[in-house]
Design a binder for this molecule. Structure first.
Ligand code: GLA
Length: 379
């Protein structure tokens, strides 16, 4: 009798267990991508070293799980039409096994067109076959870049063409995160999720300069309603640690991307990182803003010239607030609780200083250095 009761209880528990596996990209994907730092100079050996470094540096423990190989791994097709890797990647399956052995996941890159942006072989008319190959290799993430597809398709074909690869990936039965890259053409945020995208680029390519990062990042306001668990706006990969911006500017870059619930794909050489770069990429309190399980993208709540206040709703009724100074001089910036629909006193924590700022009534002000940010958690 006792045994019967016990198994009945277990059955009852199991029947209430969620029926589906955890949603892909339930929070914005985190990892590393080869393009920003290495471009075409990426190969099997480097990817293995990057995998090792993700683990030894602590990036993996901080949440950076995907290692994404961008363009230039492709060669030609064999007699059966199967895509082949070039000599830089002698055995993609073995490389995927190595990455998986480190507890990491691996991503790859292709184009719906005949050629990729760097003029390597694309997936045109081989979509199902390529998806099967990726799954057989053990690939966990695909970035699918429009590039030459404009030569064979109309712009209006985009939603259908992107859906085609999504269907092919799903048919493999392997969970593969699907990243749309067509630079935001035709308001991709309005149809990217329907085409099966877990994320979609909203802009052209970022470069490692303040002007580029600033223009892309602050332009994302208004797209917040299209992001959510499983489907994210992608303002492009991180440049933190690549050398073209100051530490202050990289902190702003990281803060803004986290406020935007953007995918966090480090784009630097993680084998050689300064302490400053590590501190920026691995600030757990800042990452927690990006990865908050409510999955809301932040937006601008106030602006005065080059001073901007951004807010992001968090789980449990908390808020993240970014006080951003895009201008050339130090500036005092204030967030008003009423702009977050809050009244009374609220506890404030500074996420870069790692310090509590006490209970604040009605508003909070801070001196923000040029191109800098003060990032807060308000509860
Ligand atoms: C495009 C993409 C980049 C990168 C390159 C590779 O420019 O937007 O992110 O993937 O192609 O060729």
């Amino acid at each position: 009798m006792k045994r019967y009761l016990w198994s009945a209880a277990v059955c009852a528990l199991l029947s209430h267990a969620p029926a589906v596996a955890q949603e892909l990209a339930a929070t914005p994907p985190m990892g590393w991508n080869s393009w920003n730092h290495f471009a075409a100079k990426i190969d099997d050996k480097t990817v293995r070293e990057i995998a090792d470094a993700l683990v030894s540096s602590g990036l993996k423990d901080a949440g950076y799980i995907y290692i994404n190989i961008d363009d230039t791994w492709e060669s030609d097709r064999d007699a059966q039409g199967n895509i082949r890797t070039n000599s830089k990647f002698p055995d993609m399956k073995a490389l995927a096994d190595y990455v998986h052995s480190k507890g990491l996941k691996i991503g790859i890159y292709s184009s719906p067109g005949p050629k990729t942006c760097a003029k390597y072989e694309g997936s045109y008319q081989h979509e199902v076959q390529d998806a099967k190959t990726y799954a057989a290799w053990g690939i966990d993430y695909l970035k699918y870049d429009w590039c030459s597809a404009g030569r064979v398709y109309q712009r209006s074909d985009m939603p259908r063409v992107y859906k085609q690869m999504s269907d092919a990936l799903k048919a493999t039965g392997r969970p593969i995160v699907y990243s749309l890259c067509q630079y935001g053409i035709d308001k991709v945020w309005e149809w990217g999720a329907e085409s099966g995208g877990n994320l979609w680029r909203t802009t052209g390519d970022i470069s490692d300069r303040w002007k580029s990062m600033d223009a892309i990042g602050f332009k994302q306001n208004g797209l917040e309603k299209f992001a959510g668990p499983g489907h994210w706006n992608d303002p492009d990969m991180l440049e933190v640690g690549n050398g073209g911006m100051t530490a202050m500017e990289y902190r702003t870059h990281m803060s803004l991307w986290c406020m935007l619930a953007a995918p966090l794909l480090a784009g630097n050489d993680v084998r050689n990182m300064s302490d400053e770069t590590k501190e920026i990429l691995m600030n757990r309190e800042v990452i927690a803003i990006d990865q908050d399980k409510l999955g809301k993208q932040g937006y601008r709540v106030a602006q005065d010239g080059t001073n901007e206040v951004w807010a992001k709703p968090l789980a449990g009724g908390e808020w993240a607030v970014g006080l951003f100074n895009r201008g050339p001089q130090t500036s005092k910036i204030t967030v008003q609780w009423k702009d977050l629909n809050l009244t009374g006193k609220h506890h404030v924590r500074d996420l870069w200083a790692h310090q509590d700022r006490g209970k604040q009534k009605d508003r909070f002000s801070a001196e923000v250095l040029s191109h800098g940010v003060v990032l807060l958690r308000v509860k």
